[in-house]
Design a binder for this molecule. Structure first.
Ligand code: ADP
Ligand code: MG
Length: 354
């Protein structure tokens, strides 16, 4: 049963729709990532769910009860949700313990219960040894864990996270992804996690919702989104695929600049413009021409080549001017200007209808 439901949800600023006709049903206990580039409407969607912003159209239901609709919104404090912002906003003059206890003190819970709940959550968040420190005496990752503990201690039904790891350095970011997932699994609240980072979404989410210009482009499991993108935007944004413009041919084929590419999967347009998506690492680069009659080979010229230690990154320009990115093992060094042939294996070519 879905728990958080967004129905035809829009938020307009003047004539501009920051969130545009979004429909989404989130099952109870799921961790959902809203993923998309800066400005696509992720934060606005989260603020709509939290109740800091009122919808222009549509509604939000939680557990079957309408909590937001135009002109009728339940205030944030009545929603049993916790939201964590990009900046942790810890109280600098309070210790870790006091920071985490703050929400419970506001609710005027008995002192013993506050102590019990704070200690238990500090334990889970591996913060017990730091309970008496002040935020200024903690690393970024520790501060982030305090802000998580503070959000969780009030036992929200829904946890809302807005780019919670963006202020951390790369190593810590990776570690904290697993931490967030672990805490989610332990408490099983419904989590909506906003990020622009694809790998962050892949490691944490049960369901990824890809957003673009206020709309949902595609929603699915990490594997679904990665393997079966349904639009050019998703193919490029998730895993940075090449997208080649072409025309539909009979069967499973697409004509790309005079070359026939057979596609192992995809959404085929009945006719007319059709694109082919293929990832950089699925393309093979050769310096000799393929045998006559071989399919899915495209001639081009190396226009850029970069050594990256573990591999080389190539930009190959085709005769129609389109550029394809591909990678080779590091010891294969084909210089700029040299003619090459690219093999785009049919099983990695995915047709995208327009
Ligand atoms: P994201 O979190 O995906 O980066 P936001 O939801 O913050 O995107 O913003 C989506 C779009 O809505 C942006 O173009 C932003 O400038 C615009 N926007 C957000 N809040 C307001 C506001 N209060 N007034 C006008 N425009 C806004
Ligand atoms: Mg944002």
């Amino acid at each position: 049963m879905s728990y958080v439901e967004l129905t035809r949800l829009s938020k307009k600023y003047g004539t501009f729709a920051a969130v545009n006709d979004v429909n989404l049903a989130i099952a109870k206990g799921l961790l959902v990532c809203l993923l998309g580039p800066s400005g696509c409407g992720k934060t606005t969607t989260l603020r709509l769910i939290a109740g800091f912003v009122e919808p222009s159209e549509g509604e939000i239901r939680v557990g079957g009860r309408t909590i937001s609709s135009p002109g009728r919104s339940e205030p944030p404090e009545r929603r049993n949700m916790s939201m964590i912002f990009q900046s942790y906003a810890l109280w600098p003059h309070m210790t870790v313990f006091e920071n985490v206890a703050y929400g419970l003190r506001l609710r005027k819970l008995p002192r013993e219960e506050i102590a019990r709940r704070v200690e238990s959550i500090l334990d889970v968040a591996k913060l017990k040894p730091l309970a008496d420190r002040y935020p200024g005496e903690l690393s970024g990752g520790q501060q982030q864990r305090v802000s998580l503990a503070r959000a969780l201690v009030v036992e929200p039904e829904t946890l809302l996270l807005d780019e919670p790891l963006s202020n951390l350095d790369a190593n810590l970011r990776e570690e904290m992804r697993f931490e967030i997932r672990r805490l989610h699994d332990q408490y099983r609240y419904t989590t909506v996690y906003v990020t622009h980072d694809q790998s962050e979404a892949m490691t944490t989410a049960d369901l990824i919702v890809v957003m673009n210009q206020g709309r949902i482009e595609q929603a699915g499991s990490p594997e679904d989104i990665y393997k079966r993108p349904r639009s050019e935007f998703v193919a490029k944004f998730i895993g940075g695929a090449n997208v080649l413009k072409g025309e539909r041919l009979p069967g499973d084929a697409v004509d790309v600049g005079g070359v026939v590419l057979r596609c192992g999967s995809g959404d085929f347009a009945a006719q007319g413009p059709t694109s082919v998506a293929i990832r950089h690492h699925d393309i093979n680069l050769a310096t000799t021409a393929p045998a006559l009659g071989e399919t899915n080979w495209v001639p081009g010229t190396v226009t850029r080549q970069v050594y990256l230690g573990s591999h080389r990154d190539y930009l190959v320009t085709l005769s129609n001017g389109e550029a394809i990115r591909t990678v080779t093992p590091a010891d294969i060094a084909v210089p700029q200007g040299q003619p090459v042939w690219l093999h785009l294996p049919p099983e990695h070519c995915r047709a995208l209808a327009h």
